[in-house]
Design a protein around this ligand. Structure first.
Ligand SMILES: [Zn+2]
Length: 114
């Protein structure tokens, strides 16, 4: 995914938040009071199946929040190495990319030059 403006990120965060909330087991406010966990909290037990999706959605949410932060700093889509725009294709794969492919390569292999 490649974002054109901050609003798109905010929308994506809102949507992802809704997914996280819908997957999250209901919080049990009441004390267990002698009941078994399963009897007390059916929702939480059946939601175990959804944990991989929940983790994925939470990971995505974190990524989107990082993207939003980059938007606020004005660094989203801009290479921090050379100041050039990072190609949209790269941003689609890594929305939080802060280096273009060239600078990333240089960063990964700094000892190859004299
Ligand atoms: Zn660069």
């Amino acid at each position: 995914m490649c974002f054109q403006n901050r609003q798109q990120v905010v929308d994506a965060i809102r949507k992802t938040n809704a997914i996280v909330n819908s997957l999250q087991p209901e919080a049990c406010e009441q004390p267990y009071g002698g009941m078994s966990m399963a009897a007390h909290c059916d929702g939480a037990v059946s939601a175990v199946d959804q944990i991989p999706q929940l983790n994925a959605a939470q990971g995505r949410l974190k990524q989107l929040q990082a993207v939003l932060e980059m938007f606020d700093k004005g660094t989203y889509g801009i290479c921090q190495g050379c100041g050039e725009r990072i190609p949209a294709k790269r941003l689609e794969v890594i929305p939080t990319a802060s280096l273009c492919v060239d600078c990333k390569k240089k960063e990964e292999a700094p000892a190859s030059r004299h």
